[in-house]
Ligand binder design. Structure first.
Ligand code: SAM
Length: 407
């Protein structure tokens, strides 16, 4: 039987699946629902996300010590061990012992290899922010004055951002959470247990959302008693907030499972949202609305702190495919805007081709719309086509534009 810390054991299993294409968050949720002490739960989360965040740097550090890249299980053990030694600064003897033991459980000969490599591995002299070159250039282009601060910040753990009602703040503090003021109603919270197990969450007084994502809801302005169409609404998080602000909301997404989850979540938050399932490339007639939101599917390049696995998969080709989809969804969405109404376009991406270029191409074909650059509640930069949030201090990188139908 292995004497290895259960967090390290579980990290190997989860990281292997993440490298095979899975998302880390649901795997961590499932694993943490089992019995883990709060310190092991913290270590497991940190090991998985931290190793993925620094994967490119760790690979550069490890490869010179290997004849070839080993099979997946051993590679994952080496990545985790290198992360603990080089980035977390765990004592070398502890790292070498723990990961050698782990490797031995998967094959006696693997212990020797892991032991030798983890003893020798050093940080490369030139640090590359663990981003592919083309993506680093995109950050430099999107944030010319602040790119270095941005890409360094993306390597840090993500804070827990929560929308909290006043009762939710009191309830969470009673449950021994530390609640720090963030932006507007979105607070930064330190919790030593799973959010879902708190009374504040169960009573609908708390909802996880990044401040940049919440600023999209605010970009729709006053919605009290208005009919709002929420397109590509996913599990209806923004829809639920719009309903909270007094809107009657119809939320449409391609995936029927998201509508199911959305209904349950809106109910927990005490809100009613009308969920529909449709492909927005061919949506049919959804009616006309004074406020329409298109929170378009995107590469997620603005959420690398929360979803670092995106860095392992994103390619320029995928960004081009997404930009083509966004252009076609924006075109379709514009058909549902009433005269004098507004269409808010948002993406959680920092790539200009998913942001400014989508708006420019739309405006070329649509003299009936004009752009209004929104003021957002988080630190942002304005461009001619919209506002980009500045992804530092735990805030995600979003692009938000408001299009007014003038005729
Ligand atoms: C950025 S997410 C939406 C997040 C959501 N607005 C929220 O606040 O939780 C984009 C969504 O677009 C949906 N989607 C992708 N392609 C679509 C299509 N062709 N028609 C409708 N929805 C689509 C995805 O299922 C996904 O839920």
């Amino acid at each position: 039987m292995s004497s290895v810390n259960p967090a390290r054991n579980a990290a190997v299993r989860i990281l292997k699946q993440v490298l095979d294409g899975a998302y880390a968050a649901p795997l961590l949720d499932q694993t943490l629902a089992q019995k883990f002490s709060s310190s092991d739960a913290g270590l497991l989360t940190h090991l998985v996300y931290g190793t993925v965040r620094h994967a490119q740097t760790l690979e550069k550090a490890l490869l010179p010590h290997l004849k070839k890249k080993p099979q997946r299980q051993t590679w994952v053990i080496l990545l985790l061990g290198a992360f603990e030694k080089l980035i977390l600064g765990t004592a070398q003897h502890a790292v070498v012992n723990e990961y050698t033991e782990l490797a031995k459980n998967h094959g006696p000969q693997l212990g020797g290899l892991v032991n030798a490599v983890l003893r020798k591995v050093e940080l490369p002299e030139t640090l590359d922010y663990s981003l592919p070159d083309w993506l680093l250039k995109a950050f430099q282009q999107a944030y010319p004055g602040q790119w270095q601060e941005v890409v360094e910040d993306l390597l840090k753990p993500s804070p827990l951002w929560l929308w909290l009602s006043d009762k939710g703040v009191r309830q969470l503090e009673e449950e021994e959470a530390l609640v720090e003021r963030g932006f507007g109603q979105i607070d930064k919270v330190v919790l030593s247990r799973s959010l879902r197990k708190t009374k504040a969450y169960q009573k609908g007084q708390a909802q996880p959302i990044n401040p940049a994502s919440y600023s999209v809801v605010e970009a729709l302005g006053e919605v009290m008693n208005k009919e709002v169409l929420d397109l590509a609404g996913g599990t209806g998080i923004k829809a639920a907030f719009l309903a909270k602000k007094g809107a009657r909301v119809t939320s449409v997404d391609l995936d029927p499972r998201k509508a199911e989850q959305g209904k349950q979540n809106a109910e927990r938050l005490g809100q009613k949202v009308n969920f529909k399932t449709a492909d927005l490339r061919t949506p049919g007639d959804l009616g006309t609305y004074s406020k329409v939101l298109l929170d378009a599917p995107c590469t997620g390049s603005g959420t690398l702190r929360t979803h670092p696995e995106i860095k392992l998969r994103i390619t320029p080709e995928y960004a081009r495919e997404m930009a083509a989809l966004q252009k076609s969804l924006l075109e379709e969405s514009s058909k549902f805007v009433a005269s004098g109404g507004e269409l808010v376009y948002s993406v959680c991406s920092i790539l200009p081709q998913e942001a400014e270029e989508v708006i420019s191409s739309f405006l070329e074909k649509h003299p009936d719309f004009e752009v209004q650059v929104p003021e957002l509640m988080v630190p942002s930069l304005k461009t001619a086509q919209g506002t980009r949030t500045l992804p530092i201090n735990g805030v995600d990188g979003f692009f938000v534009s408001r299009l007014l139908k003038v005729k």
